[in-house]
Ligand binder design. Sequence first.
Ligand code: GTP
Ligand code: MG
Length: 206
Amino acid sequence: MHIKTATFVVSNQDVSKCPENNLAEYAFIGRSNVGKSSLINMLTNKKKLAKTSGRPGKTQLINHFLINEQWYLVDLPGYGYARVSKSSKKTFQKFITAYFRKRKQLVSAFVLVDIRHEPQQIDLNFMQWLGEHQIPFSIIFTKSDKLKPKAIERNVAHYQSTLNKSWEELPKHFITSSSSYEGKEQLLNYIDSINLSLKNTKPQFD
Ligand code: GTP
Ligand code: MG
């Protein structure tokens, strides 16, 4: 799939204020600093579309980006950022979980995990929660440019064996880098194939 247009639409903390039309959307979630916003910029070929930072906690709101005037990419705040106060952590949690529970237009979540790290409990718990709420998701391993191919293979296998302990079927996964553009085609083609299948089974979310 080729992205012709990518435009920022709206940011907010309130799922009821997200765009009202029935376009399909795909949300990026994961720990702070894992590379959610960078991946949106990489996929859309727009370096400054989503705000990124070397310091965790940059994205604070639900951000909708309209792609090819047909579907949305949604950038969300990261979880697990230690230096946020307890009260703002709670606010975050509330509006993020409300987004996932209530947003009918959400077709799939993508849980981003840093390919360099051991499986983290907070990510595994979040995937569990998505599963319990029957929210489809895939895993995106990020920052693949930081490891050699052998280490990537080893870490992905280790992640999968961890997931195997609690999941009957492993979620789909992608290996990506916003620096080297690895995974761009695979991810966009995957989204495209879902969009196509939705088109063929209209009405979508009524
Ligand atoms: P929050 O909004 O704070 O939750 O973070 P985020 O998940 O949106 O991360 P962001 O995209 O802002 O990136 C965090 C840092 O990681 C930045 O310094 C990026 O340049 C860096 N980064 C993101 N993706 C990659 C990647 O694929 N490779 C490398 N080497 N660095 C990356
Ligand atoms: Mg961000």
